[in-house]
Write a protein that binds this ligand. Structure first.
Ligand SMILES: NC(=O)c1ccc[n+]([C@@H]2O[C@H](COP(=O)([O-])OP(=O)(O)OC[C@H]3O[C@@H](n4cnc5c(N)ncnc54)[C@H](O)[C@@H]3O)[C@@H](O)[C@H]2O)c1
Length: 454
């Protein structure tokens, strides 16, 4: 009996140690490879919110709440009051880009935010100038720019990024750092032996191995410096054994990949609904027009292939055709992206969904989403920065490597090897909120609810 009690005590000590969260003291430095539409909309937006000019709509960390205890308890604090997150006033920024524009000029070019708003945050945005990028046209064929690092091999470039990180830490006075990739989509690459171990990867960088893309060099440099890394593009970047290993070893959490905005957001909202009602699917055709730089990059078949893979994976994971062969065993899923400059960042995404119901009778659904890509992405960037920083301050999360609880934000959520990702937006949200409850020692919410009828 005494030994069982001792075991229970040990278990509860262990679990409270796991949920220890260091306070968010001092400044949080945000480092962004790729200062284009998404990055500038995020940073300009944070400054606009700080100045009281606008509201952080779409951000769970800023506006979301979390229910605690029973439905009758009436406890639903804001997430930012429930867990210790960095405040917006504590954020400082830097970034890398192959174009020399400061953040104000880059935001003007991106054309997402109105000039009137940008004018009000101009002095701040102009202070953020891009560091020289690690860039190679072989990985993003449609771009070329002058602000690029030189080195005799990829290892030297990684060393230069590491030095940038150390300099930023010192000069900005930041206590903690997070890197978030907002750079372009690179060509499609697959894991190879060079990505298998840290040793092989370092040797590969010294030998300029072509399987090592620039985004991987930033990720390596960040993780070596103990800095968490989020991957907003569909690139392989952190989806590699070497990065998982470095992340765990240096207690620098990682997550990815590909921000879930626009059409895929819609898919992961609608598809769980059809599945819940056991409506069958014959086909889902998705097409987009967009005219920003991202659209131009995706016009290259190599970069498009990377994006396509990320977008296609979503439906199979939600519909589980193996479990439901009669409903989802044979559907046709196509995704097209068309570069159409007149639209700029204001994308239009059409979906034609062929479903079938009772006795196999067919029905159609048409979705026409006139969305603003970067407006949907910016709050995701903010939340990821704040949650990754929280993860690194939390005893039970910082050594895990992949932060699967952040799947909510991604088109292709990273998971432990061998585990299928959860794509259903509502399950993802429940997972996220339950993780926060777990960290704070609150009861998890299962929605069982029998106790209300006792
Ligand atoms: N906007 C969205 O809704 C959304 C959703 C999911 C994913 N994404 C991804 O986020 C990324 C950014 O999107 P965006 O609309 O801001 O694109 P963008 O083209 O406006 O910005 C990308 C920036 O990255 C820079 N860049 C490219 N390679 C770089 C490198 N190696 N180092 C440093 N800078 C580099 C480019 O010069 C450009 O300024 C893209 O990969 C995109 O696919 C965007």
């Amino acid at each position: 009996m005494a030994s069982r009690q001792k075991h229970e005590n040990l278990k509860s000590e262990e679990s409270s140690r796991q949920s220890e969260i260091a306070p968010a003291k001092g400044k949080l430095g945000v480092m962004i490879p790729g200062m284009g539409a998404v990055a500038t909309t995020f940073v300009a937006g944070v400054e606009a919110v700080r100045k009281g000019l606008a509201k952080p709509i779409g951000s769970l960390t800023q506006m979301g709440t979390v229910r605690l205890g029973k439905r009758t308890d009436g406890r639903s604090p804001k997430i930012k009051e429930f867990v210790p997150l960095a405040g917006l006033n504590d954020l400082v920024f830097t970034g890398w880009d192959l174009f020399e524009d400061d953040m104000h000029a880059a935001a003007r070019n991106a054309g997402v935010l109105e000039p009137v708003l940008l004018e009000q945050v101009k002095p701040f945005l102009q202070t953020i100038r891009p560091l020289k990028a690690v860039f190679d046209r072989n990985y993003v064929k449609r771009l070329d720019g002058p602000n690029v690092k030189k080195g005799k091999n990829k290892m030297e470039l990684a060393e230069q990024v590491r030095q940038d990180i150390r300099d930023f830490r010192k000069n900005s006075g930041a206590d903690r750092l997070v890197t978030i990739w907002c750079g372009s989509t690179e060509i499609f690459l697959q894991p190879t032996a060079v990505h298998a171990t840290v040793k092989a990867f370092e040797k590969g960088m010294a030998n300029n191995d072509e399987n090592i893309a620039p985004s991987m060099i930033y990720a390596y440099a960040s993780l070596m410096e103990g800095v968490p890394f989020a991957n907003g593009a569909p690139n392989l970047t952190t989806d590699l054994p070497v990065m998982r290993d470095l992340s765990r070893r240096n207690q620098a959490p990682i997550c990815g990949k590909d921000y879930k905005t626009g059409q895929t957001l819609m898919k992961t909202i609608l598809a769980p609904g059809f599945k819940a009602r056991l409506l069958g699917l014959n086909g889902w055709f998705s097409t987009n027009i967009l005219g920003n730089r991202d659209g131009e990059v995706l016009d290259d078949p190599g970069s498009f292939k990377t994006k396509e893979e990320s977008k296609l994976s979503v439906l199979d994971e939600i519909f589980q055709p193996k479990l439901y062969p009669e409903l989802y065993g044979n559907y046709c899923h196509k995704v097209r992206i068309n570069y159409y400059p007149p639209r700029g960042d204001n994308k239009e995404g059409w979906d034609n969904i062929d479903i079938f119901g009772w006795l196999g009778y067919p029905m159609q659904i048409k979705v026409d989403f006139l969305c603003r890509d970067s407006i949907l992405a910016a709050p995701i960037v903010l939340d990821l920065v704040l949650f990754l920083d929280l993860a690194q301050r939390t005893a039970g999360l910082k050594g895990l490597g992949i932060q699967e609880w952040l799947s909510f934000y991604f088109k292709s959520p990273m998971t432990a090897p061998g585990l299928y990702p959860e794509h259903d937006l509502f399950i993802q949200l429940m997972k996220l909120k339950n993780t926060l409850r777990h960290l704070k020692g609150e009861e998890l919410i299962t929605h069982l609810g029998l106790e209300y009828y006792d």
